[in-house]
Write a protein that binds this ligand. Structure first.
Ligand code: COA
Length: 383
């Protein structure tokens, strides 16, 4: 297997983007990444695109063809990758494997979702749970994560305020991110007074419904310096599957796929959680920001709440989490998220993150979950 490097990244603005169509978004991100890598479109040998459901959100299937055709990339082979909210993470992993195996040299991995054009985004998102056992019984994603939150509060004494802090920290990072959907500060009080969505989760515990796209360009590590002075090297790419249904789990407070993918990634990179300088975790709801730091191994199970309260995950804390603003405040266009996380880590490791820069970041990690953890993709990168 060959080592792989990232030589270009880009992300569109995330938000409710009336002026950009699905195809505009992915083209903008792709062109941005090509420009960042200082290559030409015809240097690309393959494309992988993460997308949860253009069918449900914009009534468009066969998006791989749509994308290459509209961006002038024909006949480059393009493959859509789907694993709900982990689609982007898996598109990244597919690109890495294509380069590592020697099958292709220069590959683009992108992610895109345009969610705000439908009236019932909650129903569309719920198709990522088990239809028969969950969605058809009226369960929604906020309610699934609410059950996990309630159980964590019961088992470990996690407080409502500690959950709110996850959102507060994300927003305080997002205010320095021009691409973020919600680039402004909020307070614990504001979270606790926002409208109830699924008890105990409130509006400001939730990631929003978002439009957006992101892209990265990959090449063999040995060639990377031909394109850039600051290649970012892929040290690990791990993926794990877990139960799609919550009721099949031994515990509601551990996401096994997160634990397994993180363990595998650390083994592959020959690293431990102590080696990570910056991490982008999948905080689709505040509870998942907390579970992630436990499941990855930054803190012991049950210690997530106190660690967040003590400031461990702040941008100047022991393990800065979600410098981009995370899913909560940067936004969460489902298929784009895993790629946007990688783009943020690349900017951090290159020292290009501006006012949200983590001093001296050398090693970064991304953690991308599908559904309530039916899929997890974890990547580790270094300068
Ligand atoms: N965080 C902060 N503000 C939000 C927000 C969020 N998550 N969602 C909406 N808002 C704001 C809107 O900008 C709007 O503000 P305005 O009145 O100043 O324009 C206001 O709240 C109302 O927006 P609206 O779109 O009517 O909210 P909604 O009630 O339809 O949707 C949620 C709110 C929480 C239900 C929706 O954001 C949601 O479903 N989030 C979860 C998405 C999800 O499940 N993703 C997959 C995870 S696995």
């Amino acid at each position: 297997m060959r080592d792989v490097a990232i030589i270009g990244v880009a992300q569109t603005k995330f938000g409710e983007l009336w002026d950009s169509s699905f195809r505009d978004l992915v083209t903008e991100a792709g062109l941005g990444a090509i420009q960042d890598a200082q290559i030409e479109g015809n240097d690309l040998e393959a494309m992988f695109v993460g997308n949860m459901s253009a069918g449900l959100f914009v009534q468009q299937e066969h998006i791989a063809s749509l994308i290459t055709d509209n961006s002038g990339l024909n006949p480059v082979p393009c493959t859509r990758v789907e694993a709900a909210c982990a689609s982007g993470g898996l598109a990244l992993r597919s690109g890495i494997m294509a380069v590592a195996s020697g099958y292709h040299d220069i590959v683009i991995s992108a992610g895109v979702e345009k969610m705000t054009d439908v009236v019932d985004s909650t129903g569309a998102i719920a198709t990522a749970s088990d239809q028969e056992w969950e969605a058809q019984q009226g369960v929604t994603f906020p309610s699934l994560y609410a059950m996990m939150a309630r159980r964590h509060m019961y088992e470990y004494g996690t407080t409502r305020e500690q959950l709110a802090m996850v959102s507060v920290i994300n927003h305080s990072n997002a205010k320095h991110n021009l691409n973020a959907q919600y680039p402004f500060d909020i307070s614990v009080e504001k979270v606790l007074n926002s409208s109830k969505v699924a008890d105990p989760l409130r509006l400001l515990d939730c990631s929003p419904v978002s439009d957006g796209a992101a892209a990265v360009i990959l090449c063999p590590a040995e060639d990377a310096k031909k394109y850039t002075d600051t290649p970012i090297y892929v040290k690990a790419s791990a993926q794990s599957s877990g139960t799609i249904r919550l009721h099949d789990r031994k515990s509601l407070t551990t996401i096994d796929s997160s634990v397994n993918a993180s363990r595998e990634a650390f083994k592959m990179a020959n690293m431990t959680p102590k080696d990570i300088d910056a991490v982008e975790v999948h905080d689709c709801f505040s509870i998942n920001g907390l579970l992630a730091i436990e499941d990855i191994g930054f803190v012991e199970k049950g210690r997530g709440g106190p660690a967040i309260e003590e400031g461990m995950t702040r941008i100047d804390g022991d393990i800065p989490v979600n410098p981009s603003g995370g899913l909560k405040a940067r936004g969460h266009p489902l298929g784009a998220t895993g790629i946007a996380q990688a783009a943020e880590i690349v900017w951090q490791l290159r020292g290009e993150a501006g006012k949200r820069q983590i001093d001296g970041a050398e090693v970064g990690m991304t953690h991308n979950i599908g559904g309530t953890g039916g899929t997890a993709a974890v990547h580790i990168f270094s300068r």
